[in-house]
Write a protein that binds this ligand. Structure first.
Ligand code: NDP
Length: 452
């Protein structure tokens, strides 16, 4: 049987674009890709990239304050959201163009259209046109989830936040995960009065508890009003915003409300189940280690599979898929010891097991330190840095590393290499410190603060 294409990719985000490019340019495959919105996906268009640029924007008031403490006659004026947003849009368009060009250079045919599955080898485009392919890759990502409640249509999600006409004076952020906590810090830095409701006992569930404590302390110290054990009971649009009643009985009007209560896989209306593809409880595409679904010709990578929902993981999954299917190199994406950063202020870098998870797995030693770093100490800021290693008592291997510090994301990337290579605590110890830095503390942690 002959097909129009060797591979048809649905979704032009991180995973889909990588798979398409590798299959076409290195695998010699005839490839098409359909994207209904903008090339680049969540990461480039309304996720990691614009978020990080907003993180940068939000740090300038603090930097100018520090500059004054260092003797500079520095003043900061107001923040021009409209000017910033215009520049941000230009940058995203530039990146989108690069993604498109990368695909075109690799010889990939692009359909700027929604696509769905008609059968295991056929894709239907929005205009009704059908295209056949030997393999189909689902890389449609995820979208924000908002709990069902009255006026849910009037709240913001991370999708809208970059396109606001103006910055609100006050905002309620609901959720305690990556997105809620990052935007609490960004908007606070930009001068918005931020309140954060989180239903659990401490924000950033799943991360090391000590690190979570340091971050929420730092966020509170910078002026964010975090209410844990608190959720929205009801909301009502009023003049000037939304009147919110919390489950603790507190009532307050916020100019805007942002829900960051998780994301769900984009699998609706794709014709997946009709084609025989098995979906999980949350609508995620169930795949094996090679990203193959229950239908042999259909694969899926990235957030739509709800494995580890991070851009670099989606890229690895897309690449491994293309290597396996089109380059004759059978390769699984490695989901072990994936480092990540949470761009809160203070920032978190984390790899491996939290102290709590490691303790449940066997006997451990915990090495941890907290201190005021030189740069902000001199400026008179109370900021504290935390460095922590979780070590297996039996093998001496470092099982987890958790850093709460400026640029913790940069630090954890390097620590992750050593930990991925199986470094022991003694390997860290025999590495000579780089002085004076914050990261040198990682190689000078002498005695465990506790064993468990
Ligand atoms: P998360 O799953 O991290 O957090 C969701 C939050 O919403 C949790 O605090 C959760 O509470 C809460 N929540 C869920 N449902 C409800 C509800 N019905 N009512 C009230 N609260 C609720 O999701 P995010 O949206 O923050 O981020 C999605 C994913 O995107 C992340 O998991 C991450 O993989 C990725 N991401 C990564 C970033 C990075 O690497 N820096 C940045 C942004 C996103 P509870 O803890 O109790 O479940």
């Amino acid at each position: 049987m002959t097909f129009d294409y060797d591979l048809f990719v649905i979704g032009g985000g991180s995973g889909g674009v990588r798979a398409a490019r590798i299959a076409a340019s290195e695998g010699g495959a005839k490839v098409a890709l359909a994207e209904e919105y903008r090339m680049g996906g969540t990461c480039v268009i309304r996720g990691c990239v614009p978020k990080k640029i907003m993180v940068f924007a939000s740090t300038y008031p603090g930097a100018v304050e520090d500059a004054r403490a260092y003797g500079w006659d520095a003043q900061i004026g107001g923040f021009d959201w409209t000017a910033f947003r215009g520049k941000l849009r230009d940058e995203l368009s530039r990146l989108e163009g690069l993604y498109r060009k990368g695909l075109q250079n690799a010889g990939v045919t692009i359909f700027d259209s929604r696509a769905s599955i008609a059968d295991p080898h056929t894709v239907r485009l929005a205009d009704g046109q059908t295209v056949t392919a030997k393999h189909i890759l689902i890389a449609t990502g995820g979208r924000p989830f908002i709990p069902d409640m009255p006026h849910a249509d009037k709240v913001l999600t991370s999708n809208e936040i970059f396109d606001l006409e103006k910055l609100p004076k006050s905002i309620l952020i609901v959720g305690g995960g990556y997105i809620a906590s990052e935007f609490a810090c960004i908007l606070n830095g930009l001068g918005v009065k931020v309140t954060q409701y989180y239903r659990g006992a401490q924000i950033l569930r799943g991360f090391d508890e000590e690190a979570r404590g340091h971050i929420s302390e730092g966020m509170r110290a910078s002026g964010i009003d975090i209410s844990c054990g608190t959720d929205v009971l009801r909301m009502e649009p009023v003049d000037g915003g939304m009147r919110v009643t919390s489950t603790m009985g507190h009532e307050q009007v916020f100019e805007q409300v942002l829900y960051a209560t998780g994301r769900v896989p984009c699998t609706g209306g794709l014709g997946l189940e009709e084609a025989g593809v098995t979906l999980g409880r949350n609508g995620e595409v169930i795949v094996d280690d090679w990203s193959q679904t229950s239908v042999p010709s259909i694969y899926a990578v990235g957030d739509v599979t709800n494995r580890i929902n991070l851009t670099p993981v989606a890229i690895r999954e897309g690449h491994a898929f293309a290597d396996t299917v089109f380059r004759g190199e059978k390769r699984k994406a490695d989901h072990e010891l994936v480092a990540s950063a949470v761009f809160t202020q203070p920032e978190l870098g984390s790899v491996g097991l939290s102290e709590e998870a490691a303790r449940a797995a066997g006997p451990i030693e915990v090495y941890s330190t907290a201190f005021r770093p030189m740069q902000t100490l001199f400026a008179g800021r109370p900021d504290r840095v935390m460095m922590k290693l979780v070590v297996c008592q039996n093998t001496r291997r470092v099982l987890g590393c958790h850093i709460v510090a400026p640029n913790a994301g940069e630090m954890i990337q390097l620590a992750a290499i050593a930990i991925k290579m199986g470094a022991t605590k003694e390997d860290f110890d025999r590495t000579v410190a780089v002085h004076p830095t914050m990261a040198e503390e990682l190689v000078t942690l002498r005695s465990p603060v506790r064993t468990a």
